[in-house]
Design a protein around this ligand. Structure first.
Ligand SMILES: *Cc1c(COP(=O)(O)O)cnc(C)c1O
Length: 371
């Protein structure tokens, strides 16, 4: 009932002919763990089915997954990426600090403004469009079917980071994306004890994805792979609870006098409300709520966060525990100030990743800290 942890780095065959077959074709068996590993293969099969893809690659981190997806998309396409402005901080860093200096042309646009994306993609030959289903930390939701159409018309691949939404809410490959990435560190593994990532690919990109990984080897360790599969056994239950807690907390925060503004996709006045109704299932809007503290500067945000007793002050999300993070100081610290301002990340903004605790316990902690 449970996939074993295969710790082997290489595999022994009695007959050399069998080893030869394993080297020539992965369906012929395993030969070396940088190429393939039975524990990872089980996780890859699981994620392929959850996302409705052709195949998957389990990677050592979410960022390794983002990098592998970009390299796969750009392998035989123009070396240019059109990226949504509101990306995970390290994804922005990958584009601006690693790929751009090495020759990739990068253009950031508002990923929810389809005219702007279409113009940017038509400006110059483009190899990839990169976006997140629910952006971090302001929770914008782009119309990924329209992004897929724009990518298709430009001959580019659409890469979607589905970490925040998860396949319970939306499956980007079914809306036309070519590559989906996850930080498995978050909701998939779900217990704050794994660093991992996944790329799920359509059929045309799968061989390239695996070929790149065979050479560079950013693969997940089998123990992390096992823990991720163990997490996925309860993924749907946990995710429903994360979403339910977040939705109720957002509604209460909107009424609270110390709060200036709440960002949550269930809000009828959300700028992407029409897309959200179309793409996300009723009642499942993700486990993250971001909010601005009225009149708070950095010192006031610090005081508020230090008063928290149940909610853990920590980076990350998707843990069973509620976590709170200060984007200005952590996830978006290294983003250039003008880019951060364009994204709308202000000094009084905090991000709450709702855990699966009892709602009243989380709310009680917020209320006493907001006093
Ligand atoms: C955390 C995260 C990543 C990076 O994942 P790691 O596992 O930390 O490398 C990428 N994208 C999003 C949206 C994330 O939340």
């Amino acid at each position: 009932m449970t996939t074993p942890i295969y710790a082997a780095s290489s595999f022994f065959y009695e007959r050399l002919e069998d080893l030869d077959r394993a080297f020539s074709d992965t369906s012929g068996g395993y030969c070396y763990a940088r190429y393939h590993n039975p524990t990872n293969a089980a996780l890859e099969e699981l994620m392929t089915s959850l996302e409705g893809g052709h195949g998957a690659l389990a990677t050592s981190s979410g960022m390794a997954a983002v990098e592998m997806a970009l390299r796969t998309a750009l392998k035989s396409r123009p070396n240019r990426v059109v990226a949504a402005e509101s990306l995970y901080g390290a994804s922005i860093g990958l584009l601006t600090k690693i790929l751009e200096p090495a020759g990739t042309r990068v253009r950031f646009v508002d990923g929810c403004d389809m005219d702007a994306v279409a113009d940017a993609a038509a400006e110059e030959p483009t190899g990839a469009i990169l976006a997140e289903t629910i952006s971090n930390p302001l929770l914008r939701v782009g119309a990924m079917d329209r992004l897929a159409a724009i990518a298709g018309a430009a001959g580019a691949a659409l890469i979607v980071d589905n970490t925040f939404a998860t396949p319970l809410l939306v499956r980007p490959l079914e809306w036309g994306a070519q590559l989906v990435v996850h930080s498995a560190t978050k909701y998939l593994a779900g217990h704050g004890d794994v660093l991992g990532g996944i790329v799920v690919s359509d059929q045309p990109h799968y061989e390239t994805l695996r070929a790149l990984s065979r050479i560079t080897g950013p693969v997940l360790g089998p123990f992390e792979s096992y823990l991720t599969m163990r997490g996925i056994k309860t993924f749907a239950l946990r995710m429903e609870r994360h979403c339910d807690n977040a939705r109720r907390l957002a509604a209460r925060l909107m009424e609270h006098p110390a709060i200036e503004r709440v960002y949550y996709p269930a809000d009828p006045s959300h700028p992407d409300a029409a897309t959200i109704r179309r793409l996300l299932p009723d009642g499942l809007y993700g486990g993250i709520v971001s909010f601005e503290l009225k009149g708070a500067d950095r010192a006031a945000v610090f005081r508020f966060m230090e008063r928290l007793k149940l909610i853990v002050r920590a980076t990350s999300l998707g843990d069973v525990h509620s976590l709170m993070l200060y984007p200005f100081m952590s996830s978006h610290r290294d983003v250039a100030p003008d880019h951060r301002a364009r994204m709308g990340i202000r000094e009084n903004l905090v991000r709450l990743a709702a855990g699966i605790e009892a709602l009243e316990d989380i709310w009680g902690d917020l209320e006493q800290a907001l006093r």
